[in-house]
Design a protein around this ligand. Structure first.
Ligand SMILES: [Zn+2]
Length: 296
């Protein structure tokens, strides 16, 4: 059932979603900087990490201020990392794309999979999940850890939200939602935990961080067990390609540790946007191969 909304209103909302995403991205920047240092994310107000001068509101407008200031602090002229702009832009774009899954005209752009029952509640839940994945990604890239607030917090939030909004798992009864979420968390945590145990046993060193194990449990709690299988396959594949390219281009040594969290997060984001489309494509592929007698 597609609810009609005047097109101009729809695009206006789309623009608001982009702006809201940029603001959330701005907050995520604060979190990426402060959470690993165990600082409060609300107080004090934003300050320049170089000269510690407070940042005025007009120098703190997401996306725009970075461009206006040409990536330099107004007070001391220290360079502002392009990471700030990148996170704001990425969050804004992803928030917009998640919103676009809310079908208004009976057809979605970018081949996106529609929301279950076209429930708008899922837009807000996926925004929350997107924010958590971005936070985990950028903290992991910088500090090689994924904060428990993201991973354990994600498992708890996933279980609670799945109970209140069973449509997250295509269900309509609250305990079915909770059950799917719990199974997702157990499969996600369990499979990577198995890899971690077997890996450290074979290689005699830590092969997989517990942060990654907890992150996949959180992904499973939000997106279900099927997403976990996809995440393992997709993240290993992309991780292998990137890892090999880094070694070939001599930016990384063969033995150096590359964070795995960002690949899991990327896979989860892809699943969140296109999951059912990927399943349909895969099943089609199996059927087509089966039907033509080609080797499966
Ligand atoms: Zn400064």
């Amino acid at each position: 059932m597609v609810t009609a909304m005047p097109e101009i209103v729809y695009w206006y909302f789309s623009f608001l979603c982009f702006c809201f995403g940029a603001c959330v991205g701005s907050f995520l920047n604060v979190c990426v900087y402060r959470i690993p240092q165990e600082l409060s994310v609300v107080a004090p107000r934003s300050y320049c990490p170089h000269c510690k001068a407070g940042i005025a509101w007009y120098d703190n407008v997401p996306l725009l201020s970075f461009l206006m200031l040409r990536a330099r602090c107004r007070k001391c002229g220290a360079r502002i990392s392009p990471r700030y702009f990148l996170i704001e832009l990425l969050t804004a774009v992803l928030f917009l794309v998640v919103w676009l899954k809310y079908d208004q005209f009976g057809g979605l752009p970018l081949g996106l999979a529609p929301l279950h029952d076209n429930r708008i509640s899922l837009v807000f839940i996926y925004w929350l999940a997107t924010g958590g994945l971005l936070l985990g990604t950028f903290v992991d890239l910088e500090h090689m850890i994924i904060p428990d607030r993201v991973t354990i917090g994600g498992v708890i939030a996933g279980l609670i939200l799945s109970t209140i909004f069973p449509e997250m798992h295509g269900q309509s009864v609250y305990y079915h939602g909770l059950a799917r979420s719990a199974i997702g968390a157990a499969v996600g945590g369990g499979m990577l935990w198995g890899v971690a145990v077997v890996g450290s046993w074979i290689f005699k060193k830590e092969a997989m961080g517990m942060g990654d194990v907890k992150l996949l449990a959180a992904i499973g709690a939000f997106l279900g067990w099927a997403s976990v299988l996809f995440c393992i396959v997709f993240s290993s594949f992309v991780g292998a390609i990137v890892g090999v390219s880094l070694v070939i281009s001599r930016r990384k040594a063969m033995q150096s540790r590359i964070p795995f969290g960002p690949y899991l997060a990327l896979a989860a984001q892809v699943w969140m946007l296109w999951g059912p489309v990927i399943v349909a494509w895969y099943l089609n592929l199996l059927l087509w191969r089966g039907g033509t007698g080609l080797p499966v």
